[in-house]
Design a protein around this ligand. Structure first.
Ligand code: SF4
Length: 463
């Protein structure tokens, strides 16, 4: 048997040819750079039934994930998926918003830059496995909340803001560049990251550049890079614009669970399985209905969504079908505001049934889940479903459920709950937020203001 290049370490990407071990077997990721047809997605689901346990994820970044593979079946899935001639992403992760090139409100089409960066980065080795570049042209759907080592945001038809590390909110501005300088600058940064080792991420580079900048007597680096300056050795500084806080795309990230009017009379409808995971049979039924309605293409997209492209009538009819079959079709669906990992019984590491808890939370605490934050429900402290800090996290541990505020799953809890009392504890927290929320204050702001002591008192029922 051919040895399988298992990718077991945390922080690695479970790509199609290098699946990752999870609690329910190997998980293989199918990352696409173009739209596929509903028939192709149905075929991928058939492969998930044939080779895996029939569960298919759509990740927060819009990747398809096939679960429950074995060391024997994973290479077969790899071979069968490659035989489908899918537009698979190979090499560095360079992502653009799912409506790129079809969206009249875009400031600039990010696809040519993304392709040029993908091509130019092919020879660079030694980057962190999860290294990601985001090229965001503005428009109706943004990638602002996705973590990116290097992020480019259009601020003019030919001008791009470059940020290092984190989400768009938490990131560090490096510079604003003319389009002609972008590829060389990004490649320069990637080479510099590679030279720092395969654990180095964009935030580390931002930190190093900031330290260099704060130490005027430090000799310049060999590449000449410095944060916020125009001193990139490989480019002409006279073409750089300098950082300007007013030059932002100026758009608020929208939910994919909506109907979008695009260029050339095309429409898109965003549909998603609850908690990012569906049985293959349910996705096949959705794809069959899309085919019946004349829908020819779709993209797995951010926030665990599928965007189907077609006429307005076809999109509306598919939305009705999806609604009556339990899919998320609206940004107001509280299930869309919960990040829940597979949990028990699917994952051996899990100590709680995350999807059951999340479904009850969506039904009982809808007013808490107002879209201002993601409630993180995780089966263990690894926190697969939400690597970023969350305003509120329920984390299964060996003996109980930890409650964490403003942190990651492994951070210090403010309280604990017994397994059986988890949803009742959450309801007490939701009641506190409801009674404390000020006019026009959202749940995230209210939770942050209330603070850990009062949250702990409410969680434990202490007066
Ligand atoms: S976070 Fe969830 S899916 Fe990930 S290992 Fe833990 S229990 Fe399993």
């Amino acid at each position: 048997m051919t040895a399988l290049p298992l990718t077991l370490q945390r922080g690695a990407c479970p790509a199609l040819s290098a699946p990752m071990m999870t609690g329910d077997g190997l998980l293989a990721r199918i990352s696409l750079i173009e739209a596929i047809s509903p028939e192709q997605l149905a075929d991928i689901c058939l492969l998930a039934l044939k080779h895996g346990n029939g569960m298919v994820d759509i990740s927060a970044r819009g990747n398809l994930q096939v679960r429950g593979l074995s060391e024997i079946s994973a290479p077969r899935l790899d071979a069968d998926a490659r035989a489908m001639n899918l537009p698979l992403r190979e090499g560095l992760t360079v992502e653009v918003p799912p409506l790129a090139g079809m969206d009249d409100s875009e400031i600039a089409d990010p696809r040519p830059l993304a392709e040029a960066i993908r091509d130019a980065s092919r020879g660079i080795t030694g980057l962190a496995p999860k290294m990601a570049v985001v090229v965001d042209g503005g428009g109706l759907l943004r990638l602002s909340d996705l973590l990116a080592d290097i992020r480019l945001i259009a601020v003019g038809k030919h001008d791009w803001k470059l940020l290092l590390g984190g989400t768009e909110q938490s990131t560090h501005v490096f510079n604003v560049l003319r389009e002609t300088l972008v590829v060389d600058t990004v490649i320069d940064l990637l080479k510099r990251l590679a030279s720092l080792g395969n654990k180095a991420r964009g935030r580390d580079l931002a930190h190093r550049l900031a330290v260099n900048e704060a130490a005027p007597h430090t000799p310049p680096s060999s590449s000449g890079l410095s944060r916020g300056s125009a001193s990139v050795a490989t480019v002409d500084p006279s073409q750089m614009l300098g950082t300007s806080p007013s030059m932002t795309a100026g758009k608020v990230a929208a939910s994919p669970f909506d109907l979008f009017s695009l260029s050339n009379h095309l429409h898109a409808i965003g549909i998603g399985p609850a908690f990012g995971q569906a049985k293959a049979e349910h996705l096949i039924a959705l794809c069959n209905e899309a085919v019946r309605l004349g829908i020819k293409s779709l993209k797995p997209a951010l926030d665990h969504s599928l965007l189907f492209f077609g006429t307005e009538i076809a999109c509306r009819e598919l939305r009705d079908f999806a609604d009556s079959n339990g899919f998320i079709i609206s940004a107001n669906d509280p299930r869309g505001h919960i990040a829940a990992c597979s949990g028990s019984p699917a994952c051996n590491s899990a100590t709680i049934a995350t999807h059951e808890i999340a479904a009850a939370a969506a039904a009982e605490c809808a007013d808490l889940l107002d879209g201002s934050f993601k409630l993180h429900v995780t089966g263990c402290p690894k926190g697969c479903a939400h690597p970023q800090p969350a305003a509120l996290t329920l984390c299964g541990t060996a003996n109980h459920v930890s409650l964490i505020a403003q942190g990651k799953a492994a951070d210090e809890p403010f309280a604990f709950s017994s397994f059986a009392d988890t949803n009742a504890t959450l309801r007490r927290l939701a009641d506190l937020v409801r009674s404390e929320r000020r006019p026009s204050e959202n749940s995230a702001a209210c939770l942050a203001r209330i603070g850990s002591d009062r949250l702990e008192a409410a969680a434990t029922g202490r007066p």
